[in-house]
Ligand binder design. Structure first.
Ligand SMILES: [Zn+2]
Length: 280
């Protein structure tokens, strides 16, 4: 029913290119092909290759569902839409950044942003929590709004198989903490944990996991958010005079990551933790 496509790419940092990867998922029902996310610019090549491998044609792709607006998810959307005439769907709260990548780059600077996104697309249809996307043959995707990583982040629950495509909603222990609102993120993960009988968890930036391991990955993501929150709180309290760069580096060291990989995305997360502390 679905096919994971693992797409390697790199993000610039002060210590050189950091290797990363993103999973795109191809949903293949007898009636249609859909994509969950599109990877970075250029990802149409491995995506179309996978489509041909399973004996289908790229022009059969009818819909691209974007789990959120970040560049490693929307990067190849324009080329895919031009090649297939597919419909682009996403949550309203990430629409502005999907449709205006320049604005996204200004408001959430990422080193090398322009290399990651291959053009602008229009969101043809807006999704909201609880929407059902019919796949035919008795299958469907339920939209679950899971804000936190970004305001319009969504997960997609494949029914009746109970496979959960989680985008970037669940942070990965030991990876860069990247989100807009840690408290909202915790609430979203808690909601996912209440889903019964998840068969597999299919994230964008981590390996898939099944059954108990899927629930463990949700628990671990939640625990990591709490850990980073505690670390930011401790460092801010003990060293109130640190500037933002120093604070970001100290947080990374404390959670076991090298200070050199600090970047504006991590600083954004640290600021989000501080805002959350001020609210509580
Ligand atoms: Zn993201």
């Amino acid at each position: 029913m679905f096919h994971p496509i693992r797409i390697p790419f790199s993000v610039s940092s002060s210590v050189g290119a950091l290797p990363r990867f993103v999973f795109v998922y191809l949903i293949a029902s007898p009636d249609t092909l859909m994509l969950i996310d599109t990877g970075v610019a250029g990802s149409e090549m491995p995506i179309f290759e996978k489509v041909r491998q399973i004996g289908r044609k790229p022009t059969e792709i009818s819909t691209v569902i974007l789990t959120h607006a970040h560049p490693d998810h929307i990067g190849a959307a324009k080329v895919i839409q031009e090649s297939t005439d597919c419909t682009i769907v996403a949550h309203a709260s990430d629409r502005a950044w999907i449709e205006n990548p320049d604005r996204q780059a200004r408001e959430r600077p990422i080193p090398g942003f322009s290399n990651l996104v291959g053009g602008t697309v229009t969101v043809d249809q807006v999704l909201k929590d609880g929407d059902i996307i019919e796949l035919g043959d008795g299958f469907s995707l339920e939209v679950i709004h899971t804000p936190g990583h970004s305001p319009g982040s969504i997960c997609l629950f494949l029914l009746p198989d109970r496979d959960l495509f989680s985008g970037d909603a669940v942070p990965v222990t030991g990876d860069l903490p990247i989100y807009d609102d840690p408290i909202t993120s915790m609430q979203s993960i808690n909601r996912l944990r209440k889903l019964e009988h998840i068969r597999s968890l299919l994230p964008s930036w981590n390996e898939p996991s099944e059954g108990k391991a899927a629930y463990q990955a949700l628990d671990d993501g939640l625990e990591y958010l709490h850990q980073v929150h505690g670390v930011v709180k401790k460092i801010v309290t003990e060293n109130p005079s640190l500037n933002l760069k120093e604070l970001t580096e100290e947080v990374l060291i404390e959670i076991g990551l090298p200070a050199e990989i600090a970047n504006p995305m991590v600083t954004r997360s640290v600021l989000a933790h501080i805002r959350a502390m001020e609210k509580t």
